[in-house]
Design a protein around this ligand. Structure first.
Ligand code: HAM
Length: 431
């Protein structure tokens, strides 16, 4: 019986894993650079945590199940509700503002398609306990910093920024009630995914029973918000933070999740031919809805899937080779010494405190051949920076020697074995 992987999941072979780690390292590095601290939560939660306020879109995409105790649980489709729950639990003791990041693995039971899988990773940046527009601007600046860090320019990507606060005000001036506005947002969020005609029809449906025309909404989301102080202030801050060239106002951005309350944004490839790279915004009521105090919050999530697709398309995805510091091969009776040398290299210099060396990433030839050419080929395939050659005749000298071969510089030299055993990193480094 041959079992296939589940559709929408990915296997991470070592070469895929290198890319995943590389991206994760960039997420972490950029987060720390902006003063955020890492957190994580459980991968499953009570289903109620998501049904409370995330909105239909997420709830329809949940992997949920009942455990043996009859509890209704769900695999996390996002980490924002977990964040709110965790903050609520300790809100009295946490210093504000709370600036946290996370790189959770998430699950959504959606139809797998380009850029959307059933299992993915999502970098999250959130600032909680700060209602200033500076906090929104800062989150956007962190996202842009990451994009820059991995080589994406304003020619490659764009941050489209909208404002639910602004649209709320406009739409309630037109007499729309809260639930009608929320229904309308669910439709506006689909604008990019459907034809203009289909969008118009969906608006008409959503506006049944109100006096508002679909055209009014189309115009509203196509317009500028020049009279709006909050977005003006935001763009001034984005300029100070040096990221304005990546950003553009677009009132048709409202986000699909129900909990957003203010500034919202999505990041796209310039051609807008792919799904969103990231999405986020202000959600001032989520802690409150989940039984905590009133707590302003803002942040975003950026997935790994579209980002990798975009880098590949732009030819900016680096091939990351396997990295090994050192590979040991033995010729003739030299083979008998291989394990001792390998072990010394992996241990590194034995010393106290900061003089302790963490050891070299070392592997050795696992075959039986004593052929140098064959063994060197294996060393090269393993991505070794240096090869240590243990030759029978050199080991039998009064002061035994090994050959150190620098694979990149294509140079080689001899070193006393005793020196290598004592301090392998130094012995290899100093030619
Ligand atoms: P979201 O818009 O649902 O927001 O997801 C944000 C990003 O996660 C998307 O732009 C996309 O890059 C990635 N993503 C979402 N679903 C998938 C999928 N099925 N496959 C691959 N990537 C996906 C949220 O999740 C909010 N909780 C973000 C947030 C944090 N808001 C405030 N703080």
């Amino acid at each position: 019986m041959k079992i296939q992987p589940v559709r929408g999941t990915r296997d991470f072979y070592p070469e895929d894993m290198r890319l995943r780690r590389w991206l994760e390292d960039r997420f972490r590095e950029v987060s720390l650079r902006h003063g955020f601290e890492e957190y994580d939560g459980p991968v499953f939660e009570h289903l109620d945590l998501y049904t409370a306020k995330s909105g239909e879109e997420i709830v329809g995409q949940l992997y949920n199940f009942e455990d043996r105790g009859g509890r209704r649980l769900a695999l996390r489709p996002e980490i924002t509700p977990t964040l709110a729950r965790m903050i609520n639990q300790r809100h009295a003791s946490l210093p504000r503002p709370i600036r946290w990041f996370s790189i959770p693995r998430l699950w959504r039971a959606e139809r797998p398609q380009r850029g959307r899988l059933r299992e993915f990773f999502q970098w999250n940046i959130d600032i909680v306990g700060d209602d200033s527009v500076t906090a929104d601007a800062e989150c956007i600046a962190v996202a842009v910093d990451l994009l820059r860090e991995i080589g994406l320019t304003p020619e490659d990507v764009i941050v489209l920024i909208g404002s639910r606060r602004f649209l709320d005000a406009k739409l309630s001036e037109h007499g729309l009630a809260r639930d009608a506005i929320d229904r309308l947002y669910a439709v506006i969020d689909k604008k990019r995914k459907v034809s203009p005609e289909a969008f118009h029809d969906m608006l008409v449906d959503a506006l049944v029973g109100s006096s508002v025309q679909a055209e009014t909404v189309v115009e509203l989301v196509a317009g500028g918000a020049s009279e709006q102080k909050e977005t003006q202030a935001l763009f001034a801050l984005l300029a100070q933070l040096g990221v304005a060239e990546y950003c553009k106002l677009d009132l048709s951005i409202v986000r699909g999740l129900a909990y957003y309350t203010g500034i919202v944004y999505e990041i796209y490839d310039r051609g807008q031919s792919m799904r969103a790279i990231a999405g986020g915004g202000r959600y001032d009521q989520l802690c409150d809805v989940l039984g905590g105090p009133k707590m302003p919050a803002t942040g975003f999530g950026m997935g790994d899937v579209v980002l990798a697709d975009l880098l590949a398309e732009k030819g900016k995805l680096r091939q990351l080779a396997r990295e090994l510091d050192c590979y040991v091969i033995g010729i003739g009776k030299g083979q008998e010494k291989v394990l001792e040398v390998v072990s010394a290299c992996r241990r590194g210099r034995e010393a106290e405190g900061k003089d302790k060396d963490k050891g070299l990433r070392t592997d050795f030839y696992h075959g039986t051949s004593s052929n140098v050419g064959k063994q060197l080929k294996a060393a090269e395939a393993a991505g070794a920076r240096f090869v240590l050659i243990l030759r029978e005749d050199l080991l039998q000298q009064e002061e035994p020697q090994v050959i150190v071969k620098d694979m990149a510089a294509r140079k080689q030299w001899k070193k006393p074995l005793a020196e290598l055993m004592r301090d392998p990193r130094r012995a290899i480094g100093g030619s």
